[in-house]
Ligand binder design. Structure first.
Ligand SMILES: Nc1ncnc2c1ncn2[C@@H]1O[C@H](COP(=O)(O)OP(=O)(O)O)[C@@H](O)[C@H]1O
Ligand SMILES: [Mg+2]
Length: 215
């Protein structure tokens, strides 16, 4: 396979969608064919799986089923769309990927990390991303951008808020540990830098890895 497979990871509002759009534009201007997609989703069938995962259902989706649905969507997206596109030389930009499963289901939900490692490997097959941009944002900053303000000076901080804060602290820890363990694949960037600065930093990293354009 040729092409270049880049994934973007980070907490909500870290800037993934913003930076994917900017990078896609830069690449297209140079003449590359770009696929920008998101997980879960990206094919008709994967979007149906996304609906199952995102829609409020009267029946609660159990953690085990959720984990398998994320993995099912990933297995389908890769084989049904991304591998053929990489084979055709496309640059694939994916908003979230297997690292999100490790961080959210593994680190934050506390599901078995070794099992998730194996499940990710099974879904991903032989093509891990060539590069993963981890946009690292503190939980405070993520909440601020989400419009949720956590007032820790308040005597009685809402229990749910604290639980939710702890959850996202674990997600962030998961991403940080993944980055520390995979330094050749994952690049960590400080997501509090300006949109323009991050765009420049990402471009410097991506430029070095671009395949040659066929003329
Ligand atoms: N570097 C940045 N600094 C400040 N605000 C940003 C930055 N990048 C994105 N934003 C803003 O934060 C919000 C979330 O950005 P978005 O790209 O949608 O994040 P994500 O896709 O990671 O959830 C948007 O309102 C966006 O304009
Ligand atoms: Mg987004």
């Amino acid at each position: 396979m040729t092409g270049l497979f880049i994934t973007f990871e980070g907490l909500d509002k870290a800037g993934k969608t913003t930076q994917i759009a900017r990078l896609a534009q830069r690449l297209e201007r140079l003449g590359y064919t770009v696929t920008a997609t998101r997980e879960p989703g990206g094919t008709a069938l994967c979007e149906e799986i996304r609906q199952l995962l995102m829609k409020k259902q009267s029946e609660r989706l159990v953690d085990e089923a959720e984990l398998l649905l994320f993995s099912a969507s990933r297995a389908q997206l890769l084989r049904g769309r991304l591998w053929p596109e990489l084979d055709a030389g496309h640059i694939v930009l994916c908003d979230r990927f297997a690292d999100s499963t490790t961080a959210y289901q593994g680190y934050a939900r506390g599901m078995d990390l070794e099992f998730i490692r194996q499940l990710n490997a099974y879904a991903v097959g032989n093509r891990w991303p060539d590069l993963t941009i981890f946009l690292d944002l503190t939980v405070e900053e993520s909440f601020k951008r989400l419009g949720k303000v956590l007032d820790t000076t308040q005597a009685e901080v809402d229990r749910f808020e604290i639980e939710s804060r702890n959850f996202y602290e674990k997600v962030r820890k998961g991403f940080l540990e993944l980055a520390a363990g995979n330094p050749e694949r994952i690049v960590t960037l400080d997501a509090t830098h300006s949109v323009e600065e991050l765009d420049e930093q990402i471009w410097k990293i991506v430029q070095k890895r671009l395949p040659r354009l066929e003329s």
